[in-house]
Write a protein that binds this ligand. Structure first.
Ligand SMILES: C[S@@+](CC[C@H](N)C(=O)[O-])C[C@H]1O[C@@H](n2cnc3c(N)ncnc32)[C@H](O)[C@@H]1O
Length: 226
């Protein structure tokens, strides 16, 4: 069946299909009903490891139940704690992390993610994501007049483009609180392409050169720049 890429859960699962592989270490930073953790569990087929976080018992119970029923592997840990404390629970680097922000559907909508702890958690996760690793974040704009989304944009648009690339997907013709998706990849630029890596090394040395004459000849040789 064709994926509906306007549905960000499906699009996130498409990313899981493409970036999570045997042996990957992954985190579901908001386990909720457990759908994303379940998807990761079935994708990993017993290899690698899944850390799944939620702050409330109801979500932890729902996640545990769906995994017991629908995934026969046990390479996961369901953690009742804020994703803000991700560094206290994970000592390894991550290949993939997923956030589906907001509140638990059909439950207490007052228990929800908030901008401050979300940004703190994203910062920590960026610090432990492996080279080429992916973070995917779905944010809903209806429950808080886009406050959390705006904070995330303000934070992500300033992170170093030489280390992370950030993409923001949104439905621009839907006016009633459409969700938005952020996809972040670490070291996305070169993708191990030798000529690209060579280019970055050149740029690095170019930035270091102070002498104007050397800089000019460097420009004319390597950057086709008079
Ligand atoms: C939209 S639901 C997640 C849906 C889930 N990914 C799924 O596949 O069913 C958002 C969840 O984030 C949880 N949450 C809120 N604040 C959190 C925090 N600081 N750390 C971890 N989870 C949090 C809520 O309890 C809620 O269960």
């Amino acid at each position: 069946m064709t994926m509906n890429f306007f549905n960000f859960v499906e699009l996130s699962h498409f990313l899981i299909d493409n970036y999570v592989e045997k042996g990957s270490i992954v985190a579901d930073c908001t386990s909720g009903n457990g759908f994303d953790t379940l998807y990761l569990c079935n994708k990993l087929q017993g290899s690698g490891f899944i850390f799944s976080f939620d702050v409330q018992s109801e979500a932890i119970n729902r996640t545990r139940k769906i995994l017991d029923e629908k995934c026969s592997y046990t390479n996961y840990k369901i953690i009742k704690d804020s994703h803000e404390n991700i560094d206290k629970h994970i000592q390894e680097d991550l290949d993939f992390a997923i956030y589906n922000l907001g509140f638990l559907p059909n439950y207490d909508s007052q228990i929800k993610t908030n901008p401050k702890s979300t940004i703190n958690s994203i910062k920590k996760t960026l610090g432990i994501i492996k080279k080429r690793g992916i973070l995917v974040i779905t944010v809903y704009t209806g429950h808080d007049e886009s406050e959390e989304k705006n904070e995330i944009v303000r934070f992500l648009e300033k992170i170093d483009q030489n280390i992370y690339l950030v993409m923001n997907l949104k439905l621009i013709n839907v006016n009633k609180y459409p969700p938005e998706l952020f996809i972040i990849q670490k070291n996305a630029w070169c993708n191990d392409n030798p000529s690209c890596i060579f280019y970055y090394i050149l740029i690095y040395f170019y930035k270091k050169i102070q002498n104007n004459a050397i800089k000019k000849s460097f420009q004319s040789i390597f950057l086709n720049n008079e």
